[in-house]
Design a protein around this ligand. Structure first.
Ligand code: SF4
Length: 91
């Protein structure tokens, strides 16, 4: 697995999350939770890898761009619909 969980956490500490999100390692994690149960610092790497995978997958589905919404649309469409669309269909 590259990067392994310890190196992945270090990348996050250094603000290099893009490297982790773009790595193969997040796809290798089987979410078995072994590293999390053994981690002396209580880091739940399986959830971190899952979040990174969600970022990658959602970025491919990004269909709603808040900058393209026109003022008439803002007045016409219920705000809850916008919020739901942004949550589900954008990064
Ligand atoms: S959760 Fe399991 S598969 Fe994922 S990094 Fe930890 S030990 Fe490896």
């Amino acid at each position: 697995m590259d990067p392994p969980p310890s190196k992945a956490i270090r990348l996050l500490q250094l603000g290099r999350a893009d490297e982790l999100v773009g790595s193969d390692g997040i796809w290798m994690c089987a979410s078995c939770l072994v590293c999390g149960t053994r981690c002396p610092r209580g880091v739940d790497y399986a959830r971190i890898a899952e979040a990174c995978r969600a970022l990658v997958l959602r970025s491919k589905l990004s269909k709603v761009d808040p900058d393209t919404v026109t003022p008439p649309e803002l007045e016409e469409i219920p705000q809850q619909a916008f919020i739901a669309a942004f949550r589900k269909s954008s990064v």
